[in-house]
Unconditional design. Structure first.
Length: 79
């Protein structure tokens, strides 16, 4: 989406906004859970939202590089 093309329908009718789409009451941040379900802490990150006007697909991108490093260290990598 960041390249201006939808990965689902290949449309180039893509729009972006800082904190554009969120599910919670604190719409200015995304809450990130770090660790395992039994032992975890939370962190907040600002984010950019991208949406395809043609099919409605959207993506959010975290902007906090420290939170991304913590995720890399503590989350399970999909291979």
């Amino acid at each position: 989406m960041k390249n201006g093309k939808c990965p689902k329908c290949n449309s180039t009718n893509i729009y972006m906004n800082r904190r554009g789409i969120d599910w919670g009451s604190k719409s200015q941040w995304i809450e990130i859970w770090i660790g395992t379900p039994d032992s975890r802490t939370n962190s907040w990150s600002d984010f950019d939202s991208y949406v395809c006007i043609d099919c409605g697909y959207f993506e959010n991108y975290l902007l906090d590089h420290e939170a991304l490093r913590e995720i890399q260290a503590k989350w399970k990598k999909i291979i």
